[in-house]
Design a protein around this ligand. Structure first.
Ligand SMILES: [Zn+2]
Length: 194
């Protein structure tokens, strides 16, 4: 099996960035997602787990093409699952995971992510939402709905909330977010969900 890693958005995606903070710093979601994806792939390799980055490009690759790539890899590597990495927006705080609807293996894998998030982000609000009723999120959920493999999508803190954004801009924060994904994936594999 392979862990299929999707990093949402591209350098050319409108919006999908933090406000410019008082010190002039700003987070761009495409950069954050790709950085975590690369760190994750490297960390998994060191643990002997194969992964594949489905969007090596810096530009935004349309959702239908990303889904095509995922389904092609899954066809050739049964037991694989998808992890799509994002940063949240909309003025909240905390960490959350979404799953494809009605796919029980996705829920099992998401549960591993929730456990890992509760352990590594103990001061944060951790949420799991299995519905796809939120209109704002429909576009992101496309990768969950149309991929054939189990799939989870992580929203790694809110880039438009200053404390959350500071954390995911920091080296320590990025390491914690990477570790959270690694631990969750190893847990899912050990429990036989992949
Ligand atoms: Zn996103």
């Amino acid at each position: 099996m392979k862990v299929i890693i999707d990093n949402g958005h591209g350098v050319d995606t409108h919006g999908k960035r933090s406000p410019k903070w008082a010190d002039g710093s700003q987070l761009f979601e495409w950069e954050f997602n790709r950085d975590i994806a690369k760190r994750l792939a490297k960390a998994l390799k060191s643990k002997g787990v194969e992964s594949v980055l489905i969007v090596p490009e810096q530009t935004d690759v349309e959702l239908s093409e990303r889904v095509r790539r995922v389904n092609e890899i899954y066809r050739r590597n049964p037991g694989s699952f998808l992890v799509s990495i994002h940063a949240n927006a909309g003025g909240g705080t905390g960490w959350e995971v979404f799953t494809s609807v009605g796919e029980t293996r996705s829920d099992d894998i998401a549960e591993c992510f929730v456990k890992s998030a509760e352990k590594l982000l103990p001061w944060m609000n951790i949420r799991k939402d299995m519905t796809d009723g939120d209109g704002d999120k429909e576009a992101q959920f496309y990768v969950l709905k149309h991929t054939h493999c189990p799939a989870v999508l992580t929203e790694n803190l809110f880039m438009d909330t200053v404390e959350d954004c500071r954390f995911i801009m920091s080296e320590k924060g990025r390491q914690v977010i990477t570790d959270l994904h690694v631990e969750a994936i190893l847990m899912a594999i050990n429990k036989g969900y992949a």
